[in-house]
Unconditional design. Structure first.
Length: 318
């Protein structure tokens, strides 16, 4: 069953409840009087609150003992001297992992409909936030919520858009969307990899959105489409979102220097997690690394429509 049919079936029973009154029952602590957006831009993605269950007590094993196809994608994080990998075969089914890396509380996130893998520092103004999935989308992007205030957060930007924390921003932590082989090559002997708490709970390794990155149009997206590039073509940018570069340009040139000095490099050997039913058989989209002065910086690899939705006036260089 293709991604579109699956998501349409999931969405059917939720449509009647997708109204502000139902939201108040679902999120009783949320202050819906405070918002930085038009609430009408948010739509139901199908599942209810935490229907896509975040991982709150993540389990890890030593990377050296874990068997995974070399080309499968992982979110690779190096923080406080610790290397950790979060495979998309797990992230696709959970979307959020609330973790703590050597004293730094983080939220590792992945929005399959946007191909956006972003790691946030969960600390905000003296407290630690825990995140869940609202089951809702804006611009086809995951809308998260924090359990402390039940404010809604836009995953693509790390900004609170509804609730008591409206306007607040989370700090983005540099991470790589990379192949398992590349992660192992740069990690040390103490590296860890996320494993499912219950290996039979989901079809880990399978892609429930099979064929999505070959689709002509994104799912549940109401905004304008970017010009001169396919909506689901991958583009690469940094958190400033002043400009983006098509993945094909970086792939062709192998090395691109952005106007802000960020150097993007490309190498082969990473499967798309949103292409074939089996992730390990997905097309090779390659690996991108973003650095400034030799140090990793935060960057996004997302679909062109996502970048355009949140930066409509910014150019996409092809």
């Amino acid at each position: 069953m293709g991604y579109l049919l699956v998501l349409m079936l999931l969405a059917l029973p939720a449509q009647a409840a997708d109204a502000p009154g139902a939201w108040k029952r679902e999120f009783p602590k949320a202050d819906f009087s405070k918002t930085s957006i038009d609430i009408g831009e948010i739509v139901s993605g199908g599942p209810p609150r935490d229907g896509i269950p975040p991982i709150d007590a993540p389990s890890f094993v030593p990377a050296r003992d874990y068997v995974l196809p070399d080309s499968e994608p992982v979110v690779g994080v190096h923080l406080n001297g610790q290397f950790r990998a979060y495979p998309l075969r797990v992230m696709t089914w959970h979307e959020i992992v609330n973790d703590d890396i050597k004293g730094t509380p983080v939220a590792v996130t992945f929005c399959p409909l946007c191909n956006a893998a972003i790691v946030f520092d969960r600390r905000l103004e003296g407290r630690v936030l825990d995140f869940g999935t609202t089951g809702k989308l804006r611009n086809s992007d995951l809308v998260m919520y924090d359990r402390q205030t039940e404010s809604f957060w836009q995953q693509a930007t790390g900004t609170a858009i509804i609730g008591a924390l409206t306007g607040k921003e989370l700090h983005i932590i540099p991470a790589r969307l990379e192949s398992w082989k590349n992660f192992k090559a740069r990690a040390d002997a103490g590296a860890l990899v996320l494993v499912p708490n219950n290996a039979s709970a989901r079809r880990y390794g399978q892609n429930p959105y099979a064929g999505y990155d070959n689709a002509a149009l994104p799912f549940l997206y109401r905004g304008d489409m970017p010009k001169n590039i396919a909506p689901l073509a991958r583009v690469v940018s940094t958190p400033g979102r002043h400009e983006a570069y098509s993945l094909e340009k970086i792939r062709k040139d192998k090395r691109v220097v952005a106007d802000d000095g960020t150097i993007f490099t490309w190498s082969a050997g990473q499967n798309s997690a949103l292409n074939r039913k089996i992730i390990a058989k997905g097309k090779d989209v390659g690996n991108v690394v973003a650095t400034v002065d030799g140090h990793d910086v935060a960057y996004f690899i997302e679909f062109a429509f996502v970048f355009h939705a949140f930066s409509p006036d910014a150019p996409i260089h092809r």
